[in-house]
Design a protein around this ligand. Structure first.
Ligand code: GLN
Length: 445
């Protein structure tokens, strides 16, 4: 606790990872007198689109500036049951829409490796807090890459679990068929511990998988022997540049020296994942965000008439990226365009899931970079499309509901570059074991 708060005092004025933060003394006082549990007295940072009773849950939106949830997310309740304390709420792109944390209504988070650069997003606050030594571990949410991409850009570990493995109860909905909570940690073992605590069936989430909780840490082995790892051609385009391509080669060489076999594979539908995702995620977002009408939640614009009040509240409350998604999603769902866009995107999504399933008949896991580039500069990606492209390698597996992990893979231009492993549904044990083996072999921590 002393070390975390020393780091916070020194770095947080620059990094701005937290939107709210507990006092050290409060946490210390609470930590005393607890039973012995896995996370006894340990503070955990929580992305600010995950409901907690301790602090407001703002989703980094002006609209929810003062919103306090009357209940807490299942994942948070489970961490607390294991002895953890909510350390604070971390910054994000508004409603988790973005890849840089610049879309926060409360100012951006900066990358601890270089404060001129972004931490990635949308869970940028969680990743930066862990990377800066301001937090031991954090929860993020991943719709199309928001746990893995910031973990990659900050040089920490980020795990997206199988869709439905962790309850979405208390996670503010962005795109419900894609959203999942995942841990951001300093090590693969910490990610396994966090997953053990937050995963498992929850009757309060209708898409929660009916599976008992499991101990992912106990059977964990740093082991790659005998595994066939697929290296998709599409995840290794020339545009990555010589340094990143050399790193990918190094990962393959390390994996082979640990007894794995590398097999070139092809996932030709990769190029359709991004457009399908932006139609599906935006369509779902436009429906989910309809609830922010100025009636029930905080921000309400003064207006003489209710329709005008709703319109003005939304106009004032939402930032430009959120408005863009709502407009795109509403358009994609509108009469006459539904079949052309939304229904078509759903078909593409099914084909992408089938393409992965076929690949997993040949290989056990898929290996590649998490993101095409290391951390970029604040303001560098002003054009929304160039921002969307930083999720090129994380979106396909999200559409297919697959688990995937990003671990530090080395440096490109002196900045962290993430290695991603993708597995079949519910392959978390295998995924974590392989990730641990590579983490040790690369020893980039
Ligand atoms: N960057 C992607 C988006 O903007 C993914 C975000 C996420 O996973 N929450 O939609």
């Amino acid at each position: 606790m002393e070390e975390l708060y020393r780091n916070i005092a020194e770095k947080e004025p620059i990094i701005h990872a937290f939107l709210s933060l507990a006092q050290k003394d409060e946490l210390l006082a609470e930590a005393k007198g607890q039973e012995h549990t896995d996370l006894q007295g340990l503070p955990i940072a929580i992305k600010d689109n995950i409901c907690t009773r301790e602090f407001p849950t703002t989703c980094a939106s002006r609209l929810l500036t003062d919103y306090r949830s009357p209940y807490e997310a299942t994942a948070v309740a489970r961490l607390k049951a294991a002895g953890a304390q909510v350390q604070g709420k971390t910054n994000l792109d508004e409603f988790a829409m973005g890849s840089s944390t610049e879309n926060s209504a409360f100012g951006p988070t900066r990358n601890p490796w270089d404060p001129a650069r972004v931490p990635g997003g949308s869970s940028g606050g969680s990743a930066a807090a862990v990377a800066a030594g301001e937090a031991l571990a954090a929860l993020g949410s991943d719709t199309g890459g928001s746990v893995r991409q910031p973990a990659a850009l900050c040089g920490v570990v980020g795990l997206r679990p199988t869709y439905g493995l962790v309850s979405r109860y208390g996670l503010v909905a962005f795109a419900s068929s894609l959203d999942i909570i995942g841990p951001i940690t300093r090590s693969v073992r910490d990610a396994a511990l966090m997953l053990s605590l937050i995963a498992g069936y929850d009757p309060r989430d209708s898409t929660s998988l009916r599976l008992p909780s499991q101990d992912y840490l106990r059977e964990l082995q740093p082991n790659l022997a005998g595994l066939r790892l697929g290296l998709p051609r599409e995840y290794r385009p020339k545009e990555l540049g010589p340094q990143a391509l050399a790193l990918v080669d190094r990962w393959c060489a390390e994996a082979e020296s640990l007894g794995a076999q590398i097999q070139e594979i092809s996932l030709p539908l990769t190029e359709y994942a991004l457009p399908a995702y932006y139609l599906i995620a935006s369509a779902e977002a436009s429906a989910n965000l309809a609830r922010y009408d100025g009636v029930r939640y905080t921000l309400r614009a003064p207006a003489p008439e209710v329709g005008e009040m709703i319109a003005q509240s939304r106009t004032l409350g939402f930032g430009p990226e959120v408005k863009r998604r709502i407009a795109l999603g509403t358009f994609a769902l509108s009469a006459g365009y539904y079949d052309q866009y939304y229904a078509k995107a759903q078909k593409v999504r099914t084909l992408i899931a089938q393409e992965f399933a076929k690949a997993f008949e040949e290989v056990q896991l898929i290996l590649g970079p998490t993101s095409p580039t290391p951390a970029f500069r604040l303001g560098e990606k002003a054009d929304p499309l160039s921002m969307y492209l930083s999720d090129l390698f994380t979106i396909p597996s999200a559409l297919a509901g697959l688990p995937a992990i990003s671990i530090p893979g080395g440096a490109v231009d002196g900045l962290p570059f993430g290695l991603q492993l993708i597995g079949p549904r519910l392959s978390e044990k295998l995924l974590l074991s392989a990730a641990w083996a590579l983490e040790e072999a690369l020893s980039t921590r």
